[in-house]
Write a protein that binds this ligand. Structure first.
Ligand SMILES: [Zn+2]
Length: 81
């Protein structure tokens, strides 16, 4: 007798929590659909026509950093730039 009551309570609890879980997931999905990420045109990178904003980086054999050749000497004695 006691076992039947316990089983009934367990089944009701499982259904209750399962329903709550499903409802929470539906709410989260609805919230996600409601406010999509910032609308509007996405930012696009447009390099300057003079080519100054886009430069190839070269690896310095002395300090192993990647830097623009126009930056000049990195400070180390063996630096070729
Ligand atoms: Zn260097």
């Amino acid at each position: 007798m006691f076992g039947k009551i316990l089983l009934t309570v367990a089944v009701v609890a499982i259904i209750w929590f399962g329903f709550k879980f499903a409802q929470r997931r539906l709410e989260q999905k609805a919230r996600r659909d409601q406010d999509p990420p910032a609308a509007g045109p996405r930012p696009v990178f447009r390099p300057d026509p003079d080519g100054e904003s886009v430069q190839d980086l070269v690896k310095c054999p002395a300090c192993s950093t990647w830097r623009s050749a126009k930056q000049g000497h990195c400070g180390l004695e063996k630096c070729p730039y």
